[in-house]
Design a protein around this ligand. Structure first.
Ligand SMILES: [Zn+2]
Length: 74
C-alpha cells in the first residue's frame, strides 16, 4: 500500500483495475489523497486498486475482522 497526497500526480507501479481516481471501496470519485494497493489478478500479473484513505482503513478492518477469526480454516 502506498499513500499519495494528490491523486492527480500518481503514477501507479502496475496497471489499475479501475481509474486511479475511483475508489474501489465506496465507488465514489477521489479528489485529493489516495491509497494504492497492489495485488495479483493472475500468478505473474499484479494490478492496482485505489481507495480513499478512510475507505482503505475500513477495508483493512473488515479484512482483519473476517480473516483473523477464520485464519486457520481453509
Ligand atoms: Zn472511498
Amino acid at each position: 500500500m502506498t499513500y499519495f497526497s494528490d491523486v492527480k500526480a500518481v503514477t501507479p507501479h502496475y496497471d489499475s483495475l479501475t481509474r486511479t481516481d475511483f475508489c474501489f471501496e465506496c465507488g465514489k470519485s477521489i479528489e485529493n489523497g489516495v491509497v494504492l494497493y497492489d495485488g495479483y489478478v493472475e500468478r505473474h500479473s499484479e494490478k492496482t486498486i485505489s481507495l480513499h484513505p478512510a475507505c482503505a482503513a475500513v477495508l483493512g478492518q473488515r479484512l482483519i475482522a473476517d480473516g483473523y477469526v477464520n485464519r486457520y480454516k481453509n
